[in-house]
Ligand binder design. Structure first.
Ligand SMILES: Cc1ncc(COP(=O)(O)O)c(C=O)c1O
Length: 362
């Protein structure tokens, strides 16, 4: 299979590392029940939670580039960083192990939820080496040291974000355009997406421009300022566009500025991973009305921001609004049940899972 990105810019396919992992296009559906519940009848969802039957969510599109790059460079280990419950770390662990690459995680504390505990147990189950640090600086120094001392290590920054992996979301916007053209959904006036390490948002901004989409991207900040900010998103969009043009001169020259998107700051809650009441309520409501499972660190906050927006913005006039679901929906509860509990974790990580919050393990 090939990607809309490569169909449009064939020179990129020849030049850039990419391997097929996901199932595309991911489905789009109208959220009728949820719309009825909140009094807005034109809500849509892009189901990137179904991006792969192995492990879904937004990391798949990024890792198709990053893992292929690591294999091309003959790397044997993927080292990456994040909170102790990082979805990115788990996606990397599972998808890299399928590609014969071992994942080394360097993790920092974050508020503990059932999803955080599930992810850490699964990291271990799928063979990740788990290291913990106390601060972002320490984690980055340890990752940098590992990189310097081990030639077979490939470094993925937090969230798996780089200009190369951001191409996964440039492609995703082109994919959405194909679905609009095919009549699967109307062109959204707004697209809401979680902004953690900014790769997903930046990719959609670039892709929307290339696809000629009029949809405005609204990133919802869910991480600390150093990871989620306007300047960084714009800079990543520009670097991604430059990367494309370097390998394919048919890509138009593009310059992105802060005017090209919005970053909603009011749903962060002051701390990465902190459970907010609005986020939790949004997770509960989409579960009840559409039977879609989200989490409270990224997608719950993003959906809460979208609810607030459609309730308040009087100029919308019932226009279509799309929520981009970036969380995995492949059910790993049976694997978690068989994981063997917190004692399987290295000593310095056991505290995360010691007081169990996972409902089905109680
Ligand atoms: C479920 C989920 N949504 C959104 C994001 C944020 O994506 P990005 O880091 O590309 O901004 C992440 C990142 O880990 C995630 O796990």
């Amino acid at each position: 299979m090939t990607l809309p990105l490569f169909e449009k810019y064939p020179a990129l396919e020849k030049a850039l590392p990419w391997m097929s992992i996901g199932d595309y296009p991911t489905p789009v559906q109208k959220m009728e029940n949820l719309g009825r519940e909140i009094g807005y009848s034109n809500l849509w969802i892009k189901r990137d939670d179904k991006s792969s039957g192995i492990y879904g969510g937004n990391k798949v599109r990024k890792l198709e580039f990053a893992i292929a790059d690591a294999l091309r460079k003959k790397k044997k280990y993927m080292i990456t960083v994040g909170g102790v419950g990082t979805n990115h770390g788990l996606a990397t662990t599972i998808l890299c192990s399928n590609a014969g690459i071992k994942t080394v995680l360097v993790l920092i504390p974050q508020p503990i939820t059932d999803k955080v505990q599930e992810n850490l147990l699964l990291d271990r189950h799928f063979g990740a080496e788990i290291n913990t640090g106390h601060s972002t600086l320490e984690v980055y120094l340890r990752a940098a040291w590992a990189l310097l001392t081990h030639p077979k290590f490939y470094l993925l920054w937090a969230g798996g974000t780089s200009p190369l992996s951001t191409l996964g979301y440039v492609n995703a916007a082109l994919e959405l355009k194909g679905q609009i053209d095919a009549g699967v959904l109307p062109e959204p006036k707004y697209i809401f997406v979680a902004t953690g390490s900014m790769g997903t948002t930046a990719g959609l901004i670039v892709g929307a421009r290339l696809a000629g989409l009029k949809s405005r991207i609204i990133g919802v900040k869910v991480s600390m300022d150093e990871y989620s900010n306007v300047r960084g998103t714009v800079s990543l969009a520009n670097k991604t566009a430059a990367l494309m043009r370097r390998y394919d001169r048919t890509v138009p020259e593009m310059r992105f500025t802060p005017a090209d998107f919005d970053l909603e700051l009011n749903f962060f809650g002051g701390e990465y991973g902190r459970v907010t009441p609005e986020g939790e309520a949004a997770v509960d409501l989409i579960k009840k009305t559409e039977d879609i499972g989200l989490e409270t660190t990224y997608t719950g906050k993003t959906l809460a921001a979208m609810f607030d927006f459609v309730k308040k913005d009087k100029s919308l006039n019932g226009a279509p609004v799309l929520f981009w679901n970036t969380y995995n929906s492949v059910d790993y509860s049976e694997t978690v049940r068989q994981c063997g509990g917190y004692k399987t974790l290295p000593g310095n990580a056991q505290w995360v899972c010691k007081d169990n919050l996972i409902p089905y393990l109680k």
